[in-house]
Design a protein around this ligand. Structure first.
Ligand SMILES: [Zn+2]
Length: 154
């Protein structure tokens, strides 16, 4: 896998873990060139999990978008890498659980799951996430907005 830090192609897998529903394999990797540690997610599923937006449109669930939102909101909060990865994993597990056999969940429910989990970790990050998330229905739009806010704060 491509190292996000230096672009090297070889790494070793330190740890592999399946989430509780068995839909994702998370691998901790270490770049053989620079030693940078990162995580890859592999999805094992036949039927994609769909997000139902407020306007009724559907799109495939993408945990990476949620992860981006979480990373942006927790920026400079000194929250450990492992804590953030665990948080993202917990959010995904609960989203999968809530979606159930229908494999459908509303975008609102996803936001609420993320907020509830974030609250237990960091209040400032929670407030950042909440203030932006409440106003949006679309995760892409949300990530764009929160990025522009974060840039203004720098
Ligand atoms: Zn590297």
């Amino acid at each position: 896998m491509l190292c996000p830090h230096c672009g090297h192609m070889d790494d070793k897998v330190l740890e592999s873990r399946q989430n509780s529903s068995g839909s994702t394999i998370r691998r901790r990797r270490e770049c053989l060139a620079c030693g940078y540690r990162f995580t890859s997610y592999e999805r094992i599923e036949e039927k994609p999990l769909m997000v139902v937006k407020r306007d009724g449109r559907r799109e495939p669930f993408d945990i990476k978008k949620v992860e981006r939102g979480i990373r942006i909101t927790t920026e400079k909060r000194h929250i450990g890498q492992e804590t953030i990865e665990q948080l993202v994993q917990d959010i995904e597990d609960e989203v999968v659980l809530k979606a159930g056999a229908k494999r459908e969940i509303s975008s609102k429910s996803i936001g609420e799951v993320a907020l509830r989990k974030l609250y237990t970790i960091d209040t400032v990050a929670y407030i950042r996430f909440a203030s932006v998330y409440r106003a949006f229905d679309n995760v892409d739009q949300f990530v764009e907005e929160i990025e522009s806010i974060t840039h203004k704060l720098k």
